[in-house]
Ligand binder design. Structure first.
Ligand code: FAD
Ligand code: NAD
Length: 396
């Protein structure tokens, strides 16, 4: 007798949590579960700003999928998804035969949102994956290495486009990295410029103003320049053009101006908003009872303010945890439970020793917040691989 085939696309926060749940709950031969991911590893996206600045090695932000998934229970296919064929219930892959599914889980994450800004895709760097952050670090170091010969200020000027959480966390890491980098290349620290450009009238728009003030004062005290209410309108090989025509010369431009859903999802014919699927309470894609979407690929409305929840690892993890259980219920003919997001708080690092955030209604700053951020990172390792993974990979 054939068993239901469950195919999970993406080994990120949502996909891995779903796979972990299924491998725990399913009985022998109750379903055939396949996880597809383009790399052999999961990247810990919430840490990518560290290797991007060079404050940590990129291996610190990735884990072999085979080390966290029981491959006797979940078949792992390392390949790139090239198309999702809903009518045929088929997934096309770059290097393997197509996969058939009875139930599909889409957790393919996001892509940079460039809003059609000229030159961004060609000239800016993005903090999105391991290869991307390796390139940022090496490019920045190479630019610094050229400075003594060429003495051009743009070589040691870094523009970060967007002062959302990714932008702020990256700028915080750069601040930590600069003293060492400048020593290495004999560059006076005060000559380096880190410019964070933000279109909205404030850094971290929508976040608690007291916490934002703390972050801005701290980063400014370390030499960061903020340009707010200043959209970037064009990116060139040697800098950016701001609204109004002002040009900033910079050899390194890193775009952290927002994300949209993975294009494969909109190409599948599922209706999307900026590439994200407005899912129902069970995380179904509209009109498809056999297709579930989660993480950055999904869009869930916060009914209190009638706006989507921001795409985060936190919501992706909670969705994966529920989906694992719901799929087991569905296969067994039981009832699925509705997804209810339980926000636990938000903490953003400002380098290794500083952070801002809140848990519940309590605000945290400085070293306490930095410790909280590290504990949140350790929790993810714990969810993936228990105490042994925390001891092996975790770092306070
Ligand atoms: P992802 O974790 O992005 O995983 C998607 C997976 O799909 C990846 O493994 C990718 O390789 C794979 N994939 C994509 N396309 C294909 C394809 N065609 N074929 C095969 N595989 C494919 N959120 C928080 O809650 N807290 C934080 O502190 C935080 N910090 C962040 C810091 C940074 C620098 C960034 C960039 C984001 C941060 N976020 C944070 C947001 C968070 O990382 C994302 O919301 C989260 O990763 C989304 O999880 P996901 O499972 O949807 O996708
Ligand atoms: P974001 O959308 O949160 O922020 C992007 C910022 O770029 C916005 O402030 C926007 O106004 C600005 N921007 C847009 N166009 C611009 C332009 N032309 N010029 C200058 N600025 C421009 O994106 P993000 O920071 O990449 O975050 C993505 C998601 O990941 C969010 O949901 C965020 O909450 C989450 N995240 C969370 C954490 C954390 O919890 N510590 C860290 C990083 C990311």
């Amino acid at each position: 007798m054939s068993v239901p085939k469950i195919v999970i696309l993406g080994g990120g926060y949502g996909g891995l949590m779903t796979a972990k749940g299924l491998q725990k709950e399913l009985n022998y031969n109750e379903a055939e579960v396949t996880l597809v991911n383009q790399n052999s590893y999961h990247y810990i996206t919430t840490k990518l700003h560290e290797p991007a600045a060079g404050t940590a090695h990129h291996d610190h932000a990735r884990l072999a999928i085979s080390s966290v998934i029981n491959t006797d229970k979940v078949r792992f296919v390392q390949d790139k998804v090239t198309a999702i064929k809903l009518e045929e219930k088929e997934i096309q892959l770059e290097n393997h035969e197509p996969l058939q599914y009875d139930y599909l889980v889409i957790g393919l994450g996001s892509a940079p949102e460039t809003f059609g800004i000229r030159g961004l895709l060609e000239n800016a760097f993005f903090i999105r994956n391991i290869n991307g952050v390796r390139m940022i670090r090496e490019h920045m170091e190479y630019m610094f290495s050229r400075y003594q010969n060429e003495k051009k200020e743009e070589l040691i000027t870094i523009v970060v486009g967007g002062a959302g959480f990714t932008g702020i966390e990256y700028v915080g890491e750069l601040v930590d990295r600069m003293p060492e980098l400048c020593r290495e290349y004999d560059i006076p620290l005060e000559k380096v410029r880190i410019i964070n450009v933000e279109a909205a009238p404030t850094v971290l728009p929508g976040f608690d103003t007291e916490l934002v003030d703390y972050a801005v004062k701290y980063l400014e005290s370390k030499g960061v320049e903020f340009l707010i209410s200043t959209p970037i309108e064009e990116c060139m090989e040697d800098g950016v053009i701001l609204k109004g025509g002002r040009e900033i010369k910079a050899a390194t431009v890193v775009w952290t101006g927002g994300v949209r859903g993975n294009k494969l999802v909109e190409d599948s014919g599922i209706e999307t908003m900026r590439g994200r699927v407005k899912v129902d309470e069970f995380l179904h894609a509209p009109g498809h009872d056999d297709v579930f979407v989660l993480g950055d690929s999904a869009l869930v409305i916060n009914e209190e303010i009638n706006r989507p929840y921001p795409p985060t690892a936190q919501i992706s993890t909670q969705q994966g945890q529920l989906l694992g259980k719901n799929l087991v219920a569905k296969i067994r003919g039981g009832e699925m439970k509705s997804f209810k997001y339980m926000p636990k708080g938000t903490v953003a690092s400002l380098g290794r020793k500083e952070a801002i955030g809140f848990v519940g209604t309590k605000k945290y700053y400085g070293a306490k917040a930095a410790l909280l951020k590290k504990l949140i990172d350790l929790r993810w390792l714990y969810l993936l691989g228990g105490v042994s993974l925390v001891l092996r990979k975790g770092k306070l």
